[in-house]
Design a protein around this ligand. Structure first.
Ligand SMILES: Nc1ncnc2c1ncn2[C@@H]1O[C@H](COP(=O)(O)OP(=O)(O)O)[C@@H](O)[C@H]1O
Ligand SMILES: Cc1cn([C@H]2C[C@H](O)[C@@H](COP(=O)(O)O)O2)c(=O)[nH]c1=O
Length: 271
């Protein structure tokens, strides 16, 4: 009977994922002296997390489902996940899949991209191979929050694409995850065409729950591509474009092209 009761309380907190229920379950257990003496009482979130992990393992759930389940049962804070890589690595595809999975699990998700990304559509997340979904386009995340205040409030999860272009990425993500308890999934470039940090993406690394680093296929040898090679001569950090301006490359071909470029430059200076 005691075991059934505890099982029931834990199951309840694990299946609804609401903070209040988790706390109630914990309080209820604490109020029952007979249970207190039988079981070592752990915080409600810990019980729910343990229970969820068991459920996920038993059901053979995917790691993304397990990550989400952990989030929805967290009693204290939100969650931050980061997807990085060079261009064409499948970052937007992975973000779209995550959004679909979260929605299938019943979460309210909003997707946001930088308004600078007008390559395929002004207000849709679009992958290089044409998958898409609606999103809000904004110049900054503060602008999104100001203009879409009710959507922000109602959201349980937020997906951010083209994260390197947002000047206030760090502040927004921390506030959303740690103050407003949201699950935030961020996708952005691991570096610019010079392999230097781009915007605030890398600043998130010490703060996130999970980092997924994706690779593309090198345009020249099909080995894993780690970097984005800019084909055009433009030296500004921000140059929006796709396969017309960039190619994914492996380490070997990135360095080959850098060498070629500097030789070309040296020739030009001598002439
Ligand atoms: N060199 C390339 N040019 C155009 N499309 C590419 C190239 N390499 C891969 N792709 C396609 O792009 C898809 C990934 O697109 P996407 O998810 O938008 O990537 P990312 O957001 O990382 O730039 C791949 O599954 C593939 O179909
Ligand atoms: C490397 C690099 C890229 N960009 C731009 C080019 C594209 O518009 C986006 C990246 O898009 P993707 O979804 O990752 O394919 O960023 C840039 O402005 N500067 C760069 O150095």
């Amino acid at each position: 009977m005691q075991q059934q009761l505890l099982g029931c309380l834990c199951q309840h907190s694990a299946s609804t994922g609401h903070l209040a229920v988790g706390k109630q379950a914990h309080l209820a257990i604490r109020r029952l002296p007979c249970l207190r003496s039988v079981w070592h009482i752990r915080p409600a979130a810990q019980i729910a997390r343990h229970h969820t992990q068991l459920l996920c393992t038993a059901a053979g759930s995917s790691s993304s489902e397990a990550a989400t389940a952990r989030h929805t049962n967290s009693a204290t804070a939100g969650q931050l996940d980061l997807i990085i890589g060079p261009m064409f690595a499948g970052k937007t595809s992975a973000l779209l899949k995550r959004v679909n999975d979260l929605e299938a699990q019943g979460l309210t998700v909003v997707a946001i991209k930088s308004a600078k990304d007008t390559r395929y559509h002004a207000s849709r997340l679009v992958t290089h191979d044409g998958q898409s979904r609606e999103c809000f386009a904004a110049s900054s995340l503060a602008e999104f929050k100001e203009h879409q205040a009710s959507e922000y409030r109602a959201s349980q999860a937020i997906a951010i694409d083209e994260a390197q272009f947002f000047p206030d990425l760090l502040e927004f993500c921390l506030e959303a995850a740690e103050r407003d308890n949201k699950l935030v999934v961020v996708a952005g470039l691991s570096g610019d065409f010079r392999r230097k940090r781009f915007g605030e993406v890398l600043d998130l690394v010490p703060l996130v729950d999970n980092v997924t680093k994706l690779t593309a296929g090198c345009a020249f040898c099909n080995q894993p591509a780690l970097f984005s090679l800019r084909i055009a001569a433009d030296q500004r950090q921000e140059v929006v474009g796709g396969a017309d301006k960039y190619a994914p490359v492996c380490r070997h071909h990135f360095n080959n092209f850098q060498r070629l470029r500097s030789e070309q430059y040296a020739d030009a200076v001598v002439e």
